[in-house]
Write a protein that binds this ligand. Structure first.
Ligand code: ZN
Length: 146
């Protein structure tokens, strides 16, 4: 235990991802609570169109599939709309991935992938986290990016 790497800085809750059939319909519900969309972005690499709704210090991320092969389309087909993932923001995604990998946890990619807003992201398999699809995200423009 003593020789394992210790992460610099604690992660914070970046957002909660919710799979929706339609971004517009999803947003309409949250508008009734006074929440507003803070931009919509298509992330081609993940096959999704995402809309972020700021909530306090965190955000909801509504994910709408852009095609049949999108992981979100497969999620909707299997489980229907609803809670999809939890995202933790980290300062150094490569250090976080190395910390998990050296403890034997399963990452869904070997390298960080491009996410919304120029972030670098990586997903952790639910079997490693106790049933939660966990996304790690390093904000754009961070010194560790590259
Ligand atoms: Zn996300």
């Amino acid at each position: 235990m003593g020789r394992e790497k210790v992460m610099a800085g604690r992660p914070t809750l970046d957002h909660i991802g919710i799979a929706v059939e339609s971004l517009d319909a999803g947003v309409e519900f949250y508008r009734a609570l006074g929440l507003e969309l803070d931009g919509v972005e298509e992330v081609a690499e993940q096959g999704v169109r995402v809309g972020f709704l700021p909530v306090g210090d965190t955000r909801l991320e509504l994910l709408e599939p852009t095609g049949e092969s999108s992981p979100i389309a497969r999620h909707l087909a299997r489980r229907g709309p609803g809670l999809h993932h939890v995202c933790l923001r980290v300062d150094d995604i490569r250090a976080a991935m190395a910390s998990l990998a050296e403890r034997g946890y399963t990452l869904l990619s070997d390298d960080p992938q491009p996410g919304a807003h120029g972030c670098l992201v990586c997903f952790v398999h639910p079997r490693s986290t106790g049933g939660v699809l966990l996304e790690l995200s390093q904000p754009a423009g961070h010194p560790h990016r590259g």
